[in-house]
Design a protein. Structure first.
Length: 438
């Protein structure tokens, strides 16, 4: 990587890590809120779904804002908004306050993926490696968020923990505005010019997406009316992009569905495998022993394994066509879903093995997904393309929590994993068609 690549990748790694630190700290905090606010899992699930839903739904307008104002400003605003929302969360007097704070978090976080992935797609010459490092940073946040939250909850009130979590994002927002890089360095100028000529569409606001020499190699399509937005949408949604949209939406249902309730499920499996475990370092009568939950640390370990999955997925995008990689990885995810309950029921080692395989495969998907989106979209409207696809991943995907919660309430854990296998199987069949269609 050259200096420009490193500057961009470093910036987006911080942003991506912080987004997922907050996202995956929420399920850990939910275990405290259930007791403190004397509420039900159904009510709290709706409250959390509001934030997660906005995290996805806001990606589409976020993508439009990226194409107009550029990635740097949007990522910095995202970091500032997330930090402020967790400060607000620390003051929440009840479930309504939690809902409002998480809604603010979801709205702020929603712009990150269109902004960060557009910046990598258009600015990083070694795109596959950029996606790999970006994904690995996300998994540091995904694993570190719940782990850090769980550890701090051993010693501090959850409101103090929320304040501590807010500080790094606020610092990152300020630092991000001082960085210098060329965000269009990876765009082929001849190709971009040809695509603009074919589209007949005018240029948008230059923002910070100008080349270092003062030129504008990538004229972004920024619709100024609903008619232009509709025209850009029709242009974007070729058959290939439509298939990608549905595939990533199904993957989002799998991702959100399994991760939202996994801490509680792992606790049940662990109890069945080894009984109620308390660490010897704590007095059994102490508050620390009462707060300690081994399942939370297994959950964090599962997410940590995903760092390796992110790296493998990113490197695969340089070795094979990313849409072909999706076929392979979705097939693996189906097998894992079908084997999870039998393997977990076989004992501790089976539970550990299938949990870590799930973490590895779940996150190896992400760089392949991102590279496939880039493959089937126009560089000039990349913010819009990532906006739509992350609307599918996190907006439609947010319904995965509701689907899984309903299945767990009225059926069983085994049925839940069959439903998840249905999501990945359907997505895999569509990916096969995407690769093999004429």
């Amino acid at each position: 990587m050259d200096d420009n690549d490193r500057s961009i990748v470093g910036f987006v790694m911080v942003g991506h890590g912080m987004v997922h630190t907050y996202e995956l700290s929420i399920p850990i905090l939910m275990t405290i809120w259930l007791l403190e606010f004397s509420t039900t899992a159904a009510v709290l699930g709706v409250a959390v779904a509001v934030g997660y839903g906005l995290f996805g739904v806001g990606a589409l307008p976020g993508g439009l804002l990226v194409d107009r104002f550029g990635s740097r400003l949007l990522i910095s605003a995202c970091l500032a908004g997330m930090g402020l929302s967790f400060l607000a969360l620390s003051l929440a007097p009840g479930v309504v306050g939690v809902t409002v704070a998480l809604a603010l978090w979801g709205a702020a976080a929603s712009v990150y993926h269109p902004a960060g992935l557009t910046l990598i797609s258009n600015g990083v010459r070694e795109r596959g490696r950029g996606f790999a490092y970006h994904g690995m940073a996300g998994n540091v946040g995904i694993a570190g968020g719940p782990l850090l939250t769980a550890v701090m909850l051993l010693a501090f009130d959850w409101r103090v923990v929320a304040v501590v979590l807010a500080i790094p994002a606020l610092i990152g927002a300020v630092v991000g505005l001082t960085l210098e890089f060329d965000p269009t360095a990876a765009v082929d100028r001849t190709q971009a010019a040809g695509e603009r000529a074919d589209s007949g569409h005018g240029r948008g606001d230059g923002g910070d997406e100008r080349a270092a020499d003062g030129g504008d190699p990538l004229e972004r399509r920024t619709p100024s009316s609903l008619a232009e937005f509709a025209a850009d949408t029709r242009r974007l949604f070729t058959l290939g992009f439509l298939l990608v949209f549905v595939i990533v939406g199904l993957n989002g249902l799998y991702y959100r569905g399994v991760l939202t309730f996994l801490p509680d499920l792992l606790g049940d499996f662990l109890t069945a495998a080894v009984g109620d475990v308390q660490p010897g370092i704590f007095d059994p009568e102490s508050p620390l022993a009462e707060e300690f939950d081994l399942a939370q640390y297994l959950y964090a370990g599962l997410l940590t394994v995903g760092i390796g999955g992110q790296y493998l997925g990113g490197r695969l995008t340089d070795a094979i066509e990313p849409d072909r990689g999706l076929v392979v990885m979705l097939s693996i995810m189906t097998v894992i879903a079908l084997l999870f309950v039998p393997a977990a029921g076989a004992g501790l080692w089976g539970l550990l093995a299938v949990s870590f395989l799930l973490g590895f495969a779940l996150f190896a998907m992400q760089p392949l997904t991102q590279a496939t989106i880039a493959k089937y979209s126009d560089p000039g409207a990349r913010g819009l393309s990532f906006g739509y696809t992350y609307l599918a991943i996190f907006g439609i995907g947010a319904l995965g929590a509701a689907v899984v919660g309903t299945v767990l309430t009225y059926a069983s854990v085994s049925v839940m994993f069959v439903v998840l296998a249905g999501f990945s199987t359907t997505a895999g069949l569509l990916a096969v068609y995407l690769v093999t269609r004429p």
